[in-house]
Design a protein around this ligand. Sequence first.
Ligand SMILES: NC(=O)c1ccc[n+]([C@@H]2O[C@H](COP(=O)([O-])OP(=O)(O)OC[C@H]3O[C@@H](n4cnc5c(N)ncnc54)[C@H](O)[C@@H]3O)[C@@H](O)[C@H]2O)c1
Length: 305
Amino acid sequence: MNSILIIGGAGFIGSNLSLILNEQGFKVTIVDQFNAIDQNSNIKFIQGNFSDTNFLGSLFRKEKFDVVIQLVSTLIPSSDYGEFNNSKDLNSFANFELIKIMLENNSDKLIFFSSGGTVYGKCNMPLINEEEKLKPHNYYGFSKLLIEEYIQLQGRLNNLKYVIVRPSNPYGRGQKVHSKQGLIVVAMGKILNNQAIDIWGDGSIVRDYLHISDLCFAVNEILKSNNWQKIYNIGSGEGVSVKDLLYLIENTIQRKMDINYYPSRITDVPSNVLDISKIRNEIGWKPTVSLTNGIKDLWETISKN
Ligand SMILES: NC(=O)c1ccc[n+]([C@@H]2O[C@H](COP(=O)([O-])OP(=O)(O)OC[C@H]3O[C@@H](n4cnc5c(N)ncnc54)[C@H](O)[C@@H]3O)[C@@H](O)[C@H]2O)c1
């Protein structure tokens, strides 16, 4: 199990994951619509559109991949119905077609990135485990639920070997300060530009933040374990309110920030903290980077650039 294809591998998670898997000895190929790979690395880059079935078909006929990791998604938790509707081919059918093409070409192992922060929706539990019923509260989470269900159907019908990962809120190097997602990096961008940060609600909502390197090493451990037909939460297992997080950022980097508070959004659930005991018990992975150290590390790169 050596050759890995990462689709959407030039983005935030993919660029970190490809480097770490490459360092760990995997032969990594990236497919993405944009090239963001260092030409000197021995990671192979192929430019292509995930929703182009002819392109994917000829790729899988030409090359053999032991495991495919699918990262492409153009939705985010605040996406509305219009965005969901306009991108439904890419965010649902392209995934179904990928699996069909994989199985036709004897490639039967898939790691799919779902969303631990959104598929569960509103839960009363302090820690949410993988057995919890999925009741997403936004279109992004709903699109992930749809793909998760399809993947499990293909597990039953065609013995697709899958791992569905449900990450919490990864943060770290490679995240863009001007993106619409990622509270930590967005807050740092606002500090650098002397702008106020917009917060929906009173800052009491609680989330689980995970350093990107911890997420990538979790995937490395999943690959090494060779356990399939699995679903894993991947998070820190610890909850922090938005207010406390902003306070921690200010204290850690010794800079003040201005905050604009807006009415809360229906798509934001009050609390989401993942129970990570399943992946810890079955695979032995646990997070190692504290939130304070992760914030310091990210600020160091962002403030330099
Ligand atoms: N970042 C997070 O907070 C987070 C949290 C949980 C789950 N996830 C999931 O992890 C995955 C990766 O997230 P990310 O933050 O790295 O996203 P990202 O937007 O940084 O990366 C996605 C990549 O997909 C590529 N892409 C988009 N459309 C494409 C197409 N038609 N053909 C080929 N490539 C295309 C983009 O160019 C980009 O490089 C997503 O599925 C996301 O839903 C992300």
